[in-house]
Design a protein around this ligand. Structure first.
Ligand code: A2P
Length: 329
């Protein structure tokens, strides 16, 4: 396969390169793509050097697959130009996610929505992916009525500039800012921009993308997304109200046997998932699983994952693997 990675010099793009290599994705030629600023630079892939090219140059090379992670504007402008020239695009931006004609996919949950002829596939938001992987088996079993989620999101989700802001602040250097406020020793209850309803875009992604992936608009979701001075992964405190009652041990067993999930939950030994332990891992970790005694059929849990991996790069590569395996590419 000729595989283009658009945004190869960015945080997610860099992890995409790593994940493609680690998973032995059948890459015959790797085409790293970035802005004109980076064209001509070299990056390493599988022990070989590859020269970064512009989008114009990449499209002329007619790659079989292009993994996009260079922001919504780049995807809006370029994704369809690639698909029109025969490339399958898997897009990590929010540009196409809610388009009813475009599949929004977490392969373990709804890979089957990708049909022959689909050439543009959207990769969900990082916070949504880790939550929906856990919600899906529970929804099938007990029927979810309502989810209340509060996120504790890593600065890596904002990109390289945000990681530098945190590092600069820790070293007392004044540099470029990705956030309106200081992030070190602080929590910022704003991820992405505000929408007219008072929620941020990130919060509305959790609402709308979850329903689309579960293909059930009856699931009510209420979200608060918070940026925290953490770099390893996103954490989420999730409260779920079911239509039916459940047995807590059955919930734990069900999650434990769901591919992609690791239950890490032992209060007696003070064990629970944390972003520092999720860093570099592809699985979604779940702990603090406990009944919510304040209302009927409700559950609390804590979900952690490396947002650059399962939340972005790994899920994108898994979509490509799924399409290959199913003969859709
Ligand atoms: P570049 O490094 O040349 O700016 P991050 O989110 O970590 O900041 O990374 C963003 C990625 O998207 C980078 O690889 C960046 O390339 C790329 N990018 C940003 N704008 C464009 C654009 N207009 N065309 C192509 N790539 C872009």
């Amino acid at each position: 396969m000729q595989v283009a990675v658009v945004g190869a010099t960015g945080l997610v793009g860099g992890v995409m390169l790593k994940v493609l290599e680690e998973r032995n994705f059948p890459v015959e030629r790797l085409i790293p793509v970035a802005s004109a600023r980076s064209a001509g630079k070299t990056i390493e892939y599988a022990g070989r050097k590859a020269v970064v090219v512009t989008l114009e140059d990449a499209i002329a090379l007619k790659p079989d697959i292009a993994l996009f992670s260079a922001g919504g504007e780049t995807s809006l402008k370029w994704a369809k130009k690639f698909t029109e020239s025969g490339t399958v695009v898997i897009d990590n931006s929010s540009a196409w996610r809610m388009d009813p004609d475009i599949p929004l996919v977490v392969p373990e949950v709804n890979g089957h929505v990708i049909k022959r002829g689909h050439r543009l596939i959207a990769n969900p938001n990082c916070s949504t992916i880790q939550m929906v992987l856990v919600l899906d088996p529970l929804h099938r079993e007990y029927g979810i009525k309502r989810v209340i989620v509060s996120t504790y999101q890593s600065v890596t989700g904002t990109g390289i500039k945000a990681v530098r802001q945190l590092e600069d602040e820790r070293m007392g250097i004044s540099g470029e800012k990705a956030y309106n406020y200081v992030i070190d020793k602080n929590c910022i209850p704003q991820c992405d921009v505000f929408t007219p309803n008072g929620y941020t875009k990130e919060e509305m992604k959790l609402v709308n993308e979850t329903r689309k992936i579960l293909s059930d608009d009856s699931v009510a979701v209420s979200a608060t997304a918070v940026r925290v001075p953490v770099a390893g992964g996103h954490s989420e405190s999730v409260n779920i109200e079911f239509r039916m009652d459940f047995d807590i041990q059955t919930v734990i067993d069900l999650l434990g046997k769901t591919p992609g999930i690791i239950v890490h939950d032992n209060p007696q030994a003070n064990q629970y998932p944390m972003p520092a332990m999720s860093e570099g891992r592809d699985e979604v970790f779940v702990g603090r699983i406990r009944r919510d005694y304040s209302t009927e059929n409700a559950l609390n849990m804590w979900i952690v994952a490396d947002n650059l991996r399962k939340g972005a790069a790994t899920n994108t590569v898994q979509i490509a693997e799924y399409m290959l395996q199913e003969g859709l590419i």
